[in-house]
Write a protein that binds this ligand. Structure first.
Ligand SMILES: [Zn+2]
Length: 338
């Protein structure tokens, strides 16, 4: 870095003084420190990890949506302790959240992080990559399906970074886009030490590129956002019938599992319970289209469906999003019906 001359420094500080109207002139070093505080959001409070199985741990996010208060902590981070090192299944929404996850991993093991997986391109599942690449090196393999990698490398990646900054009132500042660097494909089996990871992908569910990762020895599968526990899923890039097909194919291939969502608690019946809710949106829409009813009539049918009504109170984002996701279901039903 070029050091300013005495004259330049006096001009710089004089300018700062004039702006602030202050008489006290801070040292250049202090100014730099304040500047770096300004461009770096604050650390995220610790959330103790929960053990889901012998090797699998979750840093659970109580919130499903980003706010200034939660600093973007809106999705679960899962880590797997293998004999060779730690594998991360979704890295969180920011540098600071990834750094919190590393502090939590250190409570459980001294082993290094040896790999990261990103389930899909929504920023709350991969912006934390920055923390892991910073701590464990830029050569750290970060895995994703090809479509996820392309989206994160492209404008989708930088838009998500900007969105998280906006939604958290700049709490995630300092986070850089660190895109995946290692492609995976459906059916692939990867191994770290004593643990195998099987890749699953069955077409469009929540996005066109939802990677589910099965931790084979523990019978635990992390499903990203294809199913959720405590919030309504974003369906802007998704498909309702695609989701049902995905669930059936995944359950058939993996068998009985503890299913771990990106939002909400892990459960053995997660695909059934969330699938029932999604069917409560989809089936009335399809019926409405077949009966020549309009979208408003379809909406009333969905809201009256017990599969939807029962979940409404306990689901974050229900009130603000249900209308939009009924519209999307209705549009897709119109395509499907013809
Ligand atoms: Zn998502």
């Amino acid at each position: 870095m070029r050091v300013p001359t005495k004259l330049q420094r006096r001009r710089l500080l004089g300018g700062a003084c004039a702006l602030a109207g202050a008489v006290w002139v801070p040292e250049v070093g202090l100014l730099a420190q304040q500047a770096s505080d300004f461009i770096m959001g604050p650390p995220v409070p610790d959330i103790a990890p929960t053990r889901l199985s012998e090797r699998v741990w979750m840093i659970f996010s109580p919130d499903g949506f980003p706010t200034q208060q939660n600093q973007g902590m809106m999705s679960n981070i899962v880590f797997v302790t293998t004999s060779q090192g730690v594998v991360i299944l979704d890295s969180g929404s920011s540098l600071q959240i990834g750094q919190m996850a590393i502090r939590m991993i250190r409570k459980v093991t001294d082993k290094p992080v040896v790999a990261v997986f990103n389930s899909h391109y929504h920023g709350d599942h991969w912006l934390g990559n920055h923390a892991f690449a910073k701590a464990f090196g830029s050569q750290l393999p970060i895995h994703a399906l090809p479509g996820t990698l392309e989206a994160i490398r492209g404008s989708t990646g930088s838009s998500w970074r900007a969105l998280l900054e906006r939604w958290t009132n700049q709490s995630t500042l300092g986070t850089e886009v660190v895109a995946p660097n290692t492609l995976v494909a459906h059916g692939q089996l990867l191994r770290w030490g004593d643990t195998q990871f099987r890749m699953h992908h069955y077409g469009t569910a929540h996005t066109a590129f939802d990677l589910c990762v099965e931790v084979v020895e523990d019978k635990v599968t992390v499903v990203g956002d294809i199913a959720m526990g405590n919030r309504i899923a974003n369906m802007d890039d998704g498909s309702y019938p695609g989701t049902f097909k995905y669930y059936a194919a995944l359950a058939q291939a993996a068998g009985s599992q503890l299913w771990v969502p990106g939002h909400g608690h892990a459960a053995r019946d997660l695909l059934d319970t969330y699938g029932r809710f999604m069917a409560g949106i989809w089936e009335p829409c399809l019926q409405a289209v077949k009966d020549g009813k309009n979208e408003a009539e379809a909406r009333a049918m969905v809201l009256a469906d017990s599969r939807v009504a029962q979940r409404a109170a306990g689901m974050q984002g229900f009130e603000s999003n249900i209308g939009k996701y009924i519209s999307l279901a209705y549009l897709e039903a119109e395509k499907e019906a013809f």
